[in-house]
Ligand binder design. Structure first.
Ligand SMILES: [Zn+2]
Length: 481
């Protein structure tokens, strides 16, 4: 039987033991919707300026709430100018907006300074990083627009440690193809330079998650859409981070994955749910490492949480999993040719090793029979039948009583797991869903095409919920051979 597990108590214990800092709990931040909205805020202000008499010195940062000081206004007018290099009229004055709840900033003379916001954010993020490194890491040399040793690339900000090791900061507000990103990333690595990618807090790389047809908008509020570039970065081992130069903050994505009925926070992973939560940390709380790049407190926190959960799951692993269902495979193989047999055996191997199978065994004690019943057209979906059915069940039915799903949702879930599907995939899925309907799990209307809404009536109960439907077709539990 699944033991009861108290996630909050577990996190508390880790904090008591000093494994997790108590200032760094994922749940201690404001409501996620407010957090994302604040990080993405639509402010377009100029808050960095350079010194007229030493334009290459680290930029001046205007602290919010200080613009009302008359002495500062005079000093700014005499000493600072716009940091955009080709600005036609770089003279600046202060705008005191904080008394009306907005951000104080600098302003150009009327009629000038209409810089595009993408370039303005990009330049300010660079200015922020150079000033931060200068203040926090005086031994690291931070230089803007510096070429790599072989002059293959020009970093937005190149960081050089006293021993010669280098990291290149790329601030990315503009859209970039995945292929172009991979070329740049690999080019830095090939030259022995650690790439640090900071995606823009505004623009193409930070979008709010869109609810699916069967979800309420508030259920995804505060979450961000995981995009192809984020997945490519994660796959390449490059942390996904967003920068907000106006607030001097860094956002880190995290997703909650169910492991054996528990929730585990891990950093964004390919093939996952395609949404992520964010945690926002002040830049001052981040640190630099010549080989790992920029490390946010959230990244440290996630690493500790992952390690602690891995330990906990290793303790659970002393409880053996039931042996694989080899007799069932043999029955399917009797009437198939060699190529088909090899394909099924390969798919079966993937299934046996999959996390989905391990999760289902922990939830139900065994893979429930209704996932392994033979249906027509199953070879239209390129995965072991139990595997794609369990994936659909987990994504669209488990724990979703009285919510809806569509065939299009099913196709999208299989796509997101990289499972190829043939032209009659709908028939295979229909056959499985009809079987679930016969068990009283779903209600399927008898009309409509790909968008027909199917309602979840009564999901299977897990062991922890007192499962009673392990063997829905009345057969005896399967014994191992
Ligand atoms: Zn300007």
């Amino acid at each position: 039987m699944e033991r009861e597990f108290d996630v909050a108590g577990f996190v508390d214990r880790l904090q008591d033991d000093g494994v997790l800092p108590d200032t760094c709990s994922m749940v201690a931040q404001p409501h996620p919707a407010d957090l994302l909205a604040a990080f993405q805020n639509g402010e377009r202000r100029l808050v960095y300026a350079r010194y007229r008499d030493s334009p290459n010195a680290p930029a001046y940062f205007l602290v919010n709430g200080t613009a009302g000081d008359p002495a500062l206004r005079k000093w700014v007018a005499e000493n600072l100018e716009c940091l955009i290099s080709d600005c036609p009229d770089p003279r600046l004055s202060l705008v005191h907006r904080s008394r009306s709840g907005r951000r104080d900033g600098f302003a150009h003379r009327s009629g000038s300074g209409s810089h595009a916001s993408e370039g303005l954010f990009h330049q300010q993020a660079k200015a922020m990083l150079i000033a931060w490194v200068d203040r926090q890491y005086p031994h690291i040399n931070a230089v803007p627009e510096m070429p790599t040793p072989l002059r293959e690339r020009r970093a937005d900000v190149m960081l050089t440690w006293p021993d010669g090791r280098r990291a290149a900061v790329e601030v990315q507000y503009a859209a970039l193809t995945v292929a172009a990103w991979e070329r740049r990333h690999e080019s830095y690595l090939a030259e022995g330079v650690t790439p640090i990618w900071l995606l823009g807090h505004s623009g193409p790389y930070l979008r709010s998650a869109r609810p699916r047809s069967y979800e309420l908008p508030e259920s995804v509020a505060g979450q961000v859409q995981v995009q192809a570039l984020h997945e490519a970065m994660t796959e390449a081992g490059a942390p996904v981070l967003w920068v907000n130069p106006l607030d001097q903050s860094i956002a880190t994505p995290w997703v909650c994955t169910q492991v054996a009925g528990r929730k585990l926070a891990v950093s964004v992973s390919p093939g996952g749910d395609r949404r992520a939560h964010i945690r926002v940390d002040p830049l001052d709380a981040c640190r630099l490492d010549p080989t790992r790049g920029l490390i946010s407190p959230a990244m440290d926190h996630l690493a500790r949480l992952r390690a602690a959960f891995a330990d906990r799951l290793a303790q659970d692993a002393t409880r053996p999993l039931p042996p694989p269902a080899s007799p069932r495979v043999n029955a399917e193989l009797i009437s198939t040719d060699n190529a088909q047999r090899e394909k099924i055996l390969a798919q079966h191997e993937v299934w046996l090793a999959s996390d989905v199978r391990a999760q289902f065994v922990r939830m139900f004690g065994e893979i429930p029979e209704l996932f392994s019943k033979t249906h027509a057209e199953q070879d239209q979906i390129e995965a072991y039948p139990e595997m794609w059915r369990c994936i659909l069940y987990q994504a669209l039915i488990h724990g979703r009583r009285l919510q809806y799903l569509t065939y299009d949702d099913c196709f999208a879930v299989l796509d997101s797991h990289g499972i190829d599907q043939g032209p009659t995939r709908r028939t295979a899925i229909h056959s499985f869903l009809r079987h679930l309907e016969e068990q009283g799990i779903l209600y399927m209307p008898r009309y409509g095409g790909g968008a027909v809404r199917i309602m979840v009536l009564r999901p299977l109960r897990t062991l922890a919920e007192g499962a009673d439907v392990l063997h829905t077709d009345g057969s005896a539990p399967m014994t191992s051979s």
